[in-house]
Design a protein around this ligand. Structure first.
Ligand code: FES
Length: 149
């Protein structure tokens, strides 16, 4: 399928936008400093902290870092759960929320069978989803323009 351009100039810290690529939702999340700091505390709680599983399918080389991204601020990920394909919902706010742990740092919750993902799309341990969310191939055309695909 064709590559898709995304204009991220209007995306504020803590916001997410979705573009469609090959019929899939691709999320672009502009993470806050707090959200980036929160990721560093979670390595022991996520199943594949360094994105070593299925690297060629799930994480391009340029995103195999602690933030799973080219620029730390922006997460680009396919919004489809690696379990049975539902679309997880945003749970960006830290702190207690129903069905999430008290020390929740923000991330995504799959409504189908309860898999949880952090703000880098890394799946938490002991959840039905086996893998992190896919980071699609992408590049920056400028500071405010992304090319996905
Ligand atoms: Fe997401 Fe099952 S489809 S947990």
């Amino acid at each position: 399928g064709a590559a898709v351009e995304a204009d991220i100039s209007g995306l504020k810290p803590g916001e997410k936008m979705t573009v469609e690529w090959r019929g899939k939702p691709v999320w672009i999340v502009r993470r806050t400093k707090e959200q980036l700091d929160g990721l560093k505390k979670l390595d022991a709680q996520v199943a594949d902290p360094k994105s070593e599983r299925k690297p060629s399918e799930l994480t391009p080389e340029y995103a195999r870092n602690e933030f799973r991204s080219i620029k730390p601020e922006y997460l680009v990920a396919v919004g489809i759960c690696s379990h049975l394909g539902c679309s997880p919902s945003d749970k960006f706010v830290a702190g207690a929320q129903p069905s999430l742990p008290d020390d929740w740092q923000g991330g995504f919750l799959c409504p189908c069978h309860g898999s949880t993902f952090d703000m880098a799309g890394r799946v938490f341990k002991n959840k039905p989803a086996p893998d992190n969310l896919e980071v699609p191939p992408h590049m920056y055309l400028s500071d405010t323009k992304l090319l996905i695909g």
